[in-house]
Design a protein around this ligand. Structure first.
Ligand SMILES: [Zn+2]
Ligand SMILES: [Zn+2]
Length: 699
């Protein structure tokens, strides 16, 4: 008898075929295994009991990096096999599979990288079936070398032997290469190519000399420099037009991270995982490595830290033995640069030295950012990108057969696609207010449509008519002649949380609390302090933060003092503290605008936090998004770490659900007038918000 097994999920580029091959040998089975555009297909010639046993062992012992989302087994027409073979991929069918993300350097490869006896010792692009780039280098499906940017490197005899040896870790490893046949480095300094004897040592010397080095990695270029060198960090800030936003760091190893940061088991596991994201860690009181903390964080109490996830970084950091700044290679807030040409043209204004390699990146990705909550150690993904994108797996979700393209929002843009019951969520694509990010968005969208050979049945856009993603979504809908659904921004946030927590089928009503900066509301106002009720598939607005005048558009978002002014209007009469934040001319103009009143109202929690930060901390203009809120949080956390606080330490009364703004602003001004400790005020403000949520929930 012959049986056919079909396995779906993340099963390509993770060593699945070699695994099945070895298992078949162990079971003494004949047949074949094949990668196609809809998953892994296996044929085995044996009786039913053996076939089921074989399938069970595949499911139970599947390769560590794979994720199986579904499988079938069926008896087919008898075929006779003389042995068990891996068949090369075929690609006639429409793609129906999840995409494999990029994987961080595995421990086996790391050992070989530093082993003088190994032929790949110090080869900066060492990989195997368990590690290396995937999503960032695919040009088509299924995942096979000719459809990746490894296609141009012809394997040398030794590599080829490994590739064809079923017992080798690099059996069918599509990224297989070595110093002789693989990826080549090149260095540019002052616009011209140089040829040092040792590329790694050269870059490390550059760091030691206080130079800024741009390095092409997995998802794009990183700008790097010595993280203990105050002068070069300031220089990087000036050249990058980034006055104070914190920089991420890369450390040589976990031991050195522990010298500077408090780290939980979960955080350590996350850092060492195949994703190897930036993890936001609490700084210790005493910094042992000599980091220039002020230059790096500008007053925040956490730093973003990662480990060398690519062999090139591992070689460099092991040699340097100090942490380096490792920030996305871009100018100001545009998107990450990933091509050699663009790097040479644009990054040479920032970097003194540029380290290139000749392996092309198809899809740029920033490093992912993850944080664990303080008390319950819950994982919070802040930026979903390298290592996590582009697949999303949630087996519990009941998905429609439709192909749906969801366009996302604007500031932290990303899109989601439902196709053949697979969900894809793109990497973070940047702020589509910039032209760069718009290009990045459309390129990535086209790449997905091509890869998956898909035509959408429906487009979903944000209700905001002017978002790039909304306008572009309307264009796509016209092009494909398909319907568009407009979804209110915060209702979309709530729906995502419902899905993540398996609540879409919930029989009971669910209260959703969505606090945000800006989102276009159903009534045309700017929402952002929202309470919703989810009931039998419908989301309705239940309550919201009191409306205040929304004025001066983007200027209000960038300058917390304007939120302080607009929110305190009518609450405080000509308050000295607020007035002192403006010069005479500004005051004249803004006061007039507010006296006339704005037609546009806002319920944004983000703006309330800005206002409080401006009033308590004097942060009147912010140089990066979230600065005012994060600095207020630092104060509150500092207080809560040292002292306990009760729910009645609040500016809001028990059961109060109205006039929230008035109670908070008046209460804070009173406390300031009585010289109450600012850390306590910050903590009390946060407690007030918690009480507000509790009051609404009890309504
Ligand atoms: Zn490896
Ligand atoms: Zn080779």
């Amino acid at each position: 008898m012959t049986f056919h097994i079909h396995i779906k999920g993340i099963v390509q580029g993770v060593g699945f075929r070699p695994f099945v091959y070895k298992l078949a040998l162990k079971h003494g089975l004949n047949g074949d295994v094949n990668n196609t555009t809809d998953g892994v297909h296996i044929n085995v010639e044996c009786d039913e009991e053996k076939a089921n046993e074989f399938l069970n062992e595949i499911i139970k012992n599947a390769p560590a990096l794979s994720v199986i989302t579904g499988y079938t087994i069926e008896k087919i027409r008898d075929v006779h096999y003389d042995d068990f073979q891996i068949i090369h991929s075929e690609s006639e069918k429409e793609p129906n599979l999840l995409l494999t993300p990029d994987f961080a350097l595995c421990e086996d490869c790391r050992k070989e990288l530093h082993d003088p006896e190994n032929r790949r010792c110090r080869y900066p692009f060492i990989t195997c079936t368990n590690c290396g780039p995937r999503y960032s280098i695919i040009t088509g499906l299924p995942y096979d070398r000719p459809l990746t940017t490894m296609q141009k490197y012809k394997m040398c005899d030794t590599c080829e032997k490994e590739y064809n040896n079923p017992l080798d870790r690099r059996y069918f490893s599509q990224t297989n290469s070595c110093e002789e046949c693989g990826v080549k480095l090149s260095i540019y300094e002052n616009g011209s190519i140089i040829h040092p004897d040792d590329y790694i040592k050269y870059i490390v010397s550059a760091w030691k000399e206080g130079k800024i080095v741009a390095i092409k990695g997995i998802g794009g270029f990183l700008l790097t420099c010595d993280a203990t060198d105050e002068k070069v960090i300031q220089l990087l800030r000036e050249r990058k037009y980034r006055p104070s936003k914190p920089f991420a760091l890369m450390y040589p190893d976990i031991e050195m991270i522990k010298e500077d940061c408090d780290i939980s088991d979960k955080e350590e596991t996350e850092l060492k995982s195949v994703v190897a994201p930036i993890v936001l860690l609490k700084l210790k009181d005493e910094i042992k490595t000599g980091l220039d903390i002020t230059g790096i964080t500008n007053g925040l109490d956490r730093i973003g830290v990662m480990l060398p996830y690519a062999p090139l970084y591992d070689l460099l950091l092991k040699e340097f033995q100090k942490p380096v700044i490792a920030t996305s290679g871009n100018v100001s807030n545009s998107t990450i640069i990933y091509s050699n040409e663009k790097a040479l043209k644009e990054l040479d204004k920032i970097a003194d030295v540029i380290l290139l390699n000749d392996r092309d990146i198809v899809i740029p990705q920033d490093d992912s950012v993850v944080k664990y909550s303080e008390k319950y150690h819950k994982k919070i993904i802040i930026r979903r990108s390298r290592g996590i994108a582009p697949s999303f797996i949630k087996k519990e979700l009941e998905l429609s057969e439709e192909t749906v393209m969801c366009m996302g929002a604007s500031l932290k843009s990303a899109f989601a696609i439902l196709n053949k019951k697979n969900i894809y969520i793109s990497q973070y694509l940047g702020d589509t207010g910039t032209y760069d990010a718009q290009l990045n968005y459309t390129n990535t969208q086209r790449h997905f449509f091509n890869l998956l050979d898909l035509k959408p049945d429906r487009i979903v856009i944000d209700k905001h008519p002017d978002y790039f993603s909304s306008v572009y979504g309307m264009e796509l809908a016209e092009k494909y002649n398909i319907p568009v659904k407009k979804v209110q921004h915060h209702k979309a946030h709530f729906a995502a949380v419902l899905a993540e927590n398996d609540l879409l089928d919930c029989e009971e009503k669910v209260l959703g609390v969505v606090f945000d900066g800006t989102g276009y509301g159903d009534d045309g106002n700017i929402w952002g302090g929202e309470f919703f009720i989810f009931n039998k598939g419908e989301i309705e607005r239940y309550s919201h933060l009191d409306y205040f005048d929304f004025i001066l558009a983007d200027k209000m978002v960038k300058e917390p003092r304007i939120s302080a002014l607009a929110i305190s209007k009518g609450i405080l009469k000509d308050n000295k503290l607020i007035k002192a934040k403006f010069n005479k001319i500004e005051w004249g103009i803004y006061d007039k605008i507010l006296k006339e009143g704005s037609k546009l109202k806002s319920s944004s929690m983000g703006r309330l936090v800005d206002a409080v930060s401006s009033i308590v901390l004097g942060i009147d203009k912010q140089t990066y998004e979230g600065e005012a809120a994060m600095k207020l949080e630092v104060l509150a956390a500092d207080y809560l770490n040292n002292k306990s606080i009760e729910l009645h330490d609040s500016y809001i009364d028990a059961e109060q659900i109205d006039n929230i703004l008035e109670s908070i602003i008046k209460g804070i001004i009173n406390d300031l007038d009585s010289s109450v400790n600012k850390n306590y005020i910050a903590a009390k403000f946060h407690i007030s918000i918690i009480r507000y949520i509790k009051n609404i929930a009890n309504m």
